[in-house]
Design a protein around this ligand. Structure first.
Ligand code: 13P
Length: 284
């Protein structure tokens, strides 16, 4: 297959009452691991990169690797740019072959968020790719975006409806109490708010801050209308931990394949587990 837009993939998830895992990757092996997980689990997949990873690897390298994964795959794979407020980077990624982008102007006043999202939607629709935007503010740390807990704001359901109507955005990430990074305690998810937003907004909703949310809470959020779950921190930690344990046993190891292969296998298994909780296994 070729890389696909996440729009039909997420519409099917919303209609089918399941959720698609969107996994942030930082290396070729991480990208291969989640693609192999999707193939084995017969699950749709969204591969994501942050702006930091675009700057680190290059949008062209990431898109080429994701295209190679999609070519080998018999399940649908989309390539998404996570949290971006820089229109130049959005355009670079679209040009490189990304099939989905997130314009994140959630730090700006509502009217400015509407204007920036509207602009991204116009450009993206010309080339048939998905646009995600955020309302409210998800707390925590994601790449170089840091939102203090005191500044985190939950999304207002009426504003969500107005925002989707005025921007034509395809996918909405409303802040509902999750945070980026590892939770200090349990996340404080406002389930009632998810239900109210889903009842007013027809587009698929995105659960940000997927790391460390207990499985039963993910299932509840999905049942209420979350159709995409972003997971970054947890996967990056377990990938790194697998490498560290090789070096703990073999401190002189100097063949990257010897530490990358166990890390890849660990990430693949974890991605399949997330797909199970999302209910996307067998949905491709
Ligand atoms: P975590 O790092 O908490 O998994 O959040 C990922 C995310 O929401 C990326 O947009």
């Amino acid at each position: 297959m070729t890389l696909v837009s996440s729009t039909p993939m997420l519409a099917a998830a919303r209609a089918g009452g399941y959720c698609v895992g969107a996994f942030n990757v930082h290396t070729l092996e991480m990208l291969q691991a989640v693609a192999e997980a999707a193939e084995e689990a017969r699950s749709p997949l969204i591969i994501q990169s942050t702006v930091g990873t675009v700057k680190h690897l290059g949008a062209d390298y990431i898109a080429a690797a994701a295209k190679a994964a999609a070519d080998r795959s018999s399940v649908p794979i989309a390539l998404h740019l996570d949290h971006c407020s820089d229109f130049c980077i959005i355009m670079q990624c679209i040009r490189a072959g990304y099939t989905s982008i997130m314009i994140d102007a959630s730090h700006d006043p509502f009217e400015e968020n509407v204007a920036a999202t509207r602009k991204a939607v116009e450009v993206a629709e010309a080339v048939g790719i998905n646009v995600e935007a955020e309302l409210g503010r998800v707390g925590g740390v994601e790449d170089d975006i840091v939102v203090d807990d005191r500044d985190a704001l939950l999304a207002d359901p009426d504003e969500c409806a107005e925002f989707v109507e005025r921007t034509g955005v395809h996918t909405l990430a409303p802040a509902i109490g999750t945070a980026h990074g590892i939770y200090k305690g349990e996340p404080n998810i406002d389930f009632e708010r998810i239900g109210r937003i889903a009842s007013k907004v027809g587009v698929p909703l995105v659960l940000h801050g997927g790391s460390g949310i207990p499985d039963n809470q993910v299932r509840r959020a999905v049942a209420l209308g979350m159709s995409k779950m972003n997971v970054a921190t947890e996967l990056r930690i377990l990938f790194s931990d697998a490498i560290k344990s090789v070096f703990a046993e073999y401190p002189d190891e100097n063949d990257p394949r010897k530490y990358m292969v166990p890390a890849k296998l660990a990430l693949k298994a974890a991605a399949i587990e997330k797909m199970r909780v999302c209910g996307s296994i067998g949905r491709a």
